[in-house]
Design a protein around this ligand. Structure first.
Ligand code: PMP
Ligand code: GLN
Length: 383
């Protein structure tokens, strides 16, 4: 069989988590909470399962959850999405990202395939999704330690074939967060063009040091052309439930739903009912910034005496560190060695770049119990 993705192997998340399990290492690689979700949420799911909500949900998501999402979005961002025509529940953000890209990107236009601007380092599902749809990723490279966007570079990369721009704030893997100015710059670039946007905002509730999340839906020029992607996995510590959503204006949602209905058709029913109830209590996500900032700071305090160079993450539950003062090894080899030798697994950030580079950055997930973070920091400080 001729591969449709010849350059794709097993994802780094699987590779590193497997190695961590085999070696008994502390796993700060793949991003998932090391603690459980709320027992109340589990009870709600059980309740709906026992009540017999166990068959297919409506294709677009159960009405109660779409309505709860519309309410949450209005309360938080003061933007109205119609639950019937503009909100779709998906099997995780990964499905939503794939469906949005598939809805927009075309392989064979007269001028050539559609182009998609991708900021790298980029979450690993974006580029395969573009390529499987016959599109061409066009990279804008962000560099440590700040990972800020040079908008002049973005401007230069836009051509008549640019059909989409992929945004991710707060950003995985760097923890970088967009400012209002970033949003305005993007709006100026796309204002009079047929360019659509996928905005991956799965870490919308995890921002630090008083920062606010600038959702692209809050800028009218952006809102009308953007698929906003969210995930309950990050917000409620339920990454294993794989449930997310897409908010987009009616016309975009209609095309999105055509893809969604043949990718998965619908998403796990009892969990949707449970989340609809659980979302009614906003405290469940309002406490997240403090909760994760404390963990970030605990991890950073543990690394204070180490030889890593660190700029505190602005958002997400990832902390990147530079090991340039410690060793010359490539990041992939170092991540493997640290897992084997000191028992701490991380993610080498070069895997999120298309361009080969030697920035010497590792990513650690700090969504873990305090004692685990302290032990990991202690081991890393001996390097
Ligand atoms: N986007 C980003 C930036 C992520 O970090 C992740 C998962 N960690 C996803 C999308 C996928 O989310 P889900 O598990 O809901 O598919
Ligand atoms: N998003 C998670 C991370 O960045 C992993 C998701 C996955 O394993 N596919 O680590």
């Amino acid at each position: 069989l001729v591969s449709k993705l010849p350059n794709v192997g097993t994802t780094i998340f699987t590779v590193m988590s497997k190695l961590a399990t085999e070696t008994g290492a502390i796993n700060l690689s793949q991003g998932f909470p090391g603690f459980d979700c709320s027992p109340e949420l589990v009870s709600l799911v059980e309740h709906y399962m026992r009540k017999g909500f166990n068959q297919y949900a409506p294709m677009t998501g159960v009405p109660a959850l779409r309505e709860a999402l519309a309410q949450k979005t209005f309360t938080q961002y003061n933007v109205v999405y119609d639950p019937d025509t503009e909100i779709t529940v998906t099997s995780g953000a990964t499905e939503a990202i794939f469906a949005a890209i598939t809805a927009v990107i075309r392989p064979n236009q007269t001028a050539g395939p559609d182009e998609v601007i991708v900021f790298e380092p980029a979450y690993d599902s974006y580029v395969p999704a573009i390529e499987l749809n016959g599109g061409i990723p066009v990279f804008v490279t962000l560099t440590p330690p700040d990972y800020t966007i040079d908008w002049q570079v973005v401007r230069e990369k836009i051509t008549d074939r640019t059909r989409m721009i992929l945004v991710n704030t707060p950003h995985n893997p760097t923890g970088h967060v967009w400012t209002a100015d970033d949003m305005n710059q993007l709006a100026d670039l796309v204002r009079d063009r047929d360019i659509w946007i996928v905005s991956d905002e799965v870490y919308e509730h995890i921002l630090f040091d008083g920062r606010t999340h600038h959702s692209l839906m809050t800028h009218p020029v952006l809102q009308e052309r953007t698929f906003i992607i969210g995930s309950f996995g990050k917000t409620f510590h339920i990454t294993g439930w794989k449930i997310g959503y897409c908010l987009a204006p009616r016309e975009l949602s209609a095309e999105f739903r055509k893809i969604h209905q043949y990718l998965t058709f619908s998403t796990v029913t009892p969990i949707q009912y449970a989340l609809a109830d659980y979302l009614k209590e906003p405290d469940h996500f309002r406490q997240l910034p403090d909760f994760y900032q404390r963990k970030r700071d605990l991890f950073l305090a543990g690394l204070a005496g180490s030889r890593f160079k660190i700029k505190p993450a602005e958002g997400s539950f990832f902390q990147t560190v530079s090991y340039a003062d410690i060793t010359d090894e490539p990041d992939y080899e170092l991540a493997i060695r640290l897992t084997n030798e000191i028992g701490v697994a991380s993610i080498p950030v070069s895997v999120f770049y298309n361009q080969k580079n030697d920035y010497k950055i590792l990513r650690f997930c700090f969504a873990k119990d305090d004692a685990v973070l302290q032990e990991a920091a202690e081991r890393l400080s001996k390097l």
